[in-house]
Design a binder for this molecule. Structure first.
Ligand SMILES: Cc1cc2nc3c(=O)[nH]c(=O)nc-3n(C[C@H](O)[C@H](O)[C@H](O)COP(=O)(O)OP(=O)(O)OC[C@H]3O[C@@H](n4cnc5c(N)ncnc54)[C@H](O)[C@@H]3O)c2cc1C
Length: 397
């Protein structure tokens, strides 16, 4: 299909927005990327180093299948666009399986998902002597550089220090009018990728998304050092540019921006405790003095991303109640949509692995192309799932 005359606006220059720009570029759609901050990757996507690896469950679930496919998609872009030459990184992630429950889950995941050795294999992590899953192509990576390189490949028109204030889908024109701090923009497609600032957009108020605080420590490269990332609940990345990252805390209740020295200390103690062979020869240090960074994830109620066309709940027919429909009747909900507005949010703690694939799914669905994923997996990503859940529980008033 020729989309050359179409214009898309993408709101948010984090990894989600950059990934949407990339999917649009593949289809030759003119794209304007706006961000209220002064440049890309200033928020969740701006941590110095993060880890890329897939999420697995004991048995196949929509979540694990999506995550594995997303990881493979990430790797295909990584190779095809030679990102290994452009994005600072270190290959290899060990995921410790040092309790019976964790071992049971992940060892079985390898079998149930028929995962090949080149993706993940059972191994022993040398610094803990613990059984581990090793992801040879998993990565410690600079999220900010990844975001910037994806943007460089996508080459959108960028408007920084430009905030989306409001938007409206124009009746019968299938155009969207965006009101920004820098004036109006009319577009054919609007993609909402605002991360944790979703709450400023009244069209998204109903979505069960939460802002979750996370704190990381940037520590000078330790000697001896681990040349790969190690995950043990927290994670210690490999060193990039003379630093390693120890992350990340998770607090959905208290959200202050100031670093918490006590969190730095407890993460550090846990690291020394979990990786004794690695840390035994390190010079004693005061973790409260390491630089820290606080940023915010956006987490959905079921911890799965939100990807798809945005339902228009102001047009919902609330007179049809799920509870009142006959048991055998076709209990389907008629969902009205904003036809030209898509959302990619709720990337939680795995945005680096999941964003590119999520954006590909989103853009292909908005353009009514054949879906790259099975319908059941797509259903588990669509914003619709929350609406249907609320309808069934009679929570829509
Ligand atoms: C401490 C921490 C550690 C993490 N570690 C990892 C990890 O190791 N591996 C991993 O895969 N993931 C990790 N994550 C998760 C990952 O960082 C996120 O999932 C991802 O960065 C989210 O990207 P995003 O683009 O959705 O949001 P963001 O990066 O927050 O981007 C949203 C952008 O939207 C802009 N914006 C918002 N509202 C507006 C508006 N109205 N107008 C214009 N612009 C607007 C903002 O300025 C911002 O630039 C971590 C997250 C945290 C918090």
């Amino acid at each position: 299909m020729d989309h050359q005359e179409k214009i898309a606006v993408v709101v948010g220059a984090g990894i989600a927005g950059a990934s949407v720009c990339f999917a649009l570029k593949k289809r030759n759609i003119r794209t304007i990327l706006i961000d209220s901050d002064t440049g890309p990757a200033k928020h969740a996507s701006g941590n110095p180093i993060g880890v890329v690896y897939p999420f697995l469950t004991k048995h196949k679930t929509s979540e694990s299948e999506f995550s594995l496919a997303a990881f493979q998609f990430f790797l295909s872009i990584w190779r095809n666009y030679h990102l290994e030459k452009l994005v600072p990184h270190a290959d290899g992630i060990y995921f410790l399986m040092d309790t019976k429950e964790v071992y049971d889950r992940y060892a079985n995941a390898i079998l149930s998902h028929q995962i090949l050795d080149q993706t993940a294999k059972e191994s022993t992590e040398p610094f803990s002597d613990s059984p581990a899953l090793f992801f040879p192509e998993g990565k410690s990576i600079s999220p900010a550089d990844l975001t910037k390189q994806i943007l460089a490949l996508s080459d959108p028109i960028t408007k920084y220090s430009c905030k989306l204030l409001s938007w409206v889908e124009e009746e019968n024109k299938s155009k969207v009018l965006c009101q920004t701090s820098e004036g109006e923009i009319e577009c054919d497609y609007l993609f909402l990728t605002q991360g944790y600032q979703f709450a400023d957009d009244p069209h998204l108020e109903w979505l069960p998304l939460r802002k979750v605080r996370g704190q990381i420590l940037k520590i000078p490269e330790q000697k001896p050092t681990n040349t790969y990332g190690i995950l043990y609940g927290d994670y210690l990345t490999a060193a990039i540019g003379g630093y390693q990252v120890l992350g990340a805390t998770f607090d959905e209740f208290k959200l202050e921006e100031e670093p918490r020295p006590e969190e730095s200390e407890s993460m550090w103690k846990e690291l020394l405790n979990r990786l004794p062979n690695l840390s035994a020869e390190w010079v004693p240090q005061n973790p409260r003095l390491f630089p820290t960074r606080v940023s915010y994830r956006t987490q959905s109620q079921d911890r799965h991303p939100i990807v798809g066309k945005l339902p228009n709940i102001s047009k919902l027919d609330l007179s049809i109640k799920y509870q009142n429909l006959l048991r055998n009747s076709d209990k389907k909900m008629n969902i009205p949509y904003y036809e030209s507005v898509g959302i990619l949010n709720g990337l939680g703690s795995r945005g680096l692995t999941h964003a590119l694939y999520s954006a590909e799914i989103l853009v292909s669905s908005m353009l009514e192309e054949t879906s790259p994923i099975p319908e059941t997996t797509f259903k588990s990503l669509k914003p619709d799932r929350f609406l249907i859940r609320m309808w069934k529980r009679d929570q829509l008033t």
